[in-house]
Design a protein around this ligand. Structure first.
Ligand code: NAD
Length: 355
């Protein structure tokens, strides 16, 4: 046990709940990193892990990331995350989601859940039958706040990429800027559409090659093989798939001026941010640029608790603050020679009382 608490990824989590429901077969981890700023908010990931240690590592790293993300977005929420350990076939049943809802409810509001990779809006509706501490539920009408966080995340990333292009390349528009985009799912697909509308040149890749090809056809973009996208010569590499891609080998392969995308935990280890800086690559800290979804999810949750609809204008106002937050991190980084990830971590740690 001592060894577990000494693990770097544990990072003084307030609570780590191991969940097993024999009847449904649900196995899950709910990690609550910090409730300093409010109830711990963060989505649920449904994923098949090669081993349970990998699931624990993911839960802990994602949960800490949520503490930092929510604090930096100025939300009155702490940070937490859940992972449901899927079998190799990805079996997901109503009974499992019900048992997961019961586990969230048992935490009495200390943890608020929503969608993440592998979890749909319909799954969250199922979870909401068993707990009130859930968000990302369907909302009425186009342009309403709340619901699937993907489009809000994508909008924040789009604004963040424009800020990075301004800071690094001195351009006020992404027209003609070449973006190589990894992952064309909910977030990556949304980012690609917004960039295409503004005239960016796009190269897309996904391990689901048909998905990337279909989007490329829609947007008039090029496609690259998923193992070639990181070495594509471009202005911006935008990771929107899974984390830990920026390791020694990944960073050495990059041929870009900027890394800015929505995937959580892009840096494999502390120190990889400094490697990007040493290569002259501007990095947009992941939990700052991808906060759009949690902004919507948190405001939806808080509004529902208050018995009112979430205010779309408030969501938009907070999304519009993402570029300024990134710019202040980059300015601090430029002035101090400290890499942007470390600057952001220090700001976030101060906000959650762990400076
Ligand atoms: P998604 O499941 O809709 O899409 C992910 C896509 O990435 C899929 O199309 C998948 O085939 C592809 N992919 C997986 N591994 C790949 C690889 N090695 N190379 C290329 N493509 C690969 O998930 P999403 O909701 O779009 O989330 C994407 C990332 O953004 C995740 O890291 C997630 O944690 C993060 N994120 C999502 C949100 C949100 O609102 N959905 C918010 C913040 C962060």
């Amino acid at each position: 046990m001592t060894a577990f608490w000494a693990e770097p990824d544990f990072d003084a989590h307030e609570c780590v709940q191991l969940v097993h429901d024999r009847a449904s077969g649900l196995t899950a981890i709910i990690a609550i990193h910090s409730t300093h700023c409010g109830p711990a908010a963060g989505g649920t990931r449904f994923w098949h892990y090669a081993d349970p240690a990998g699931a624990m590592r993911d839960a802990l790293r994602l949960s800490r990331g949520m503490s930092y993300k929510n604090a930096m977005a100025g939300l009155p929420m702490g940070g937490g995350k859940a992972v449901i350990l899927a079998d190799p076939a990805g079996t997901k049943t109503p009974a499992m989601l019900a048992a997961f809802g019961d586990a969230v409810e048992a935490l009495g509001g200390r943890y608020v859940t929503a969608e993440d990779v592998g979890i749909t809006e319909a799954d969250m509706v199922a979870v909401s039958q068993r707990t009130a501490h859930v968000s990302g539920l369907p909302v009425a009408g186009e342009g309403s706040a709340g619901g699937d966080p993907g489009p809000f995340t994508a909008m924040g990333i789009f604004l963040g990429i424009k800020a990075a292009v301004r800071h690094k390349l001195g351009k006020d528009s992404v027209a003609g800027v070449h973006v190589a985009l990894q992952g064309t799912g909910s977030v990556g697909g949304g980012v690609a559409r917004l960039l295409a509308q503004d005239g960016a040149k796009l190269t897309l890749a996904d391990i689901n090659a048909a998905r990337a090809a279909e989007l490329a056809r829609e947007l008039g973009a090029s496609v690259a093989a998923s193992d070639a996208i990181m070495s594509t010569a471009c202005d911006v590499f935008s990771p929107n798939a899974l984390g830990a891609i920026l390791d020694d080998e990944g960073i050495a392969r990059l041929d870009c001026a900027i890394v800015a995308g929505g995937a959580n935990n892009q840096l494999a280890k502390a120190g990889h941010g400094a490697q990007l800086s040493a290569r002259g690559i501007l990095y947009a800290p992941d939990y700052v640029i991808n906060a759009g979804g949690i902004i919507s999810v948190a405001l939806e949750y808080l509004a529902r608790r208050a018995g009112a609809p979430a205010d779309i204008n408030e969501v938009r106002k907070r999304l519009a603050q993402i570029p300024g937050r990134l710019e202040s991190i980059w300015q601090d980084s430029d002035a101090t020679g400290t890499s942007p990830d470390v600057v952001a971590d220090r700001m976030a740690q101060a906000l959650i009382g762990r400076g």
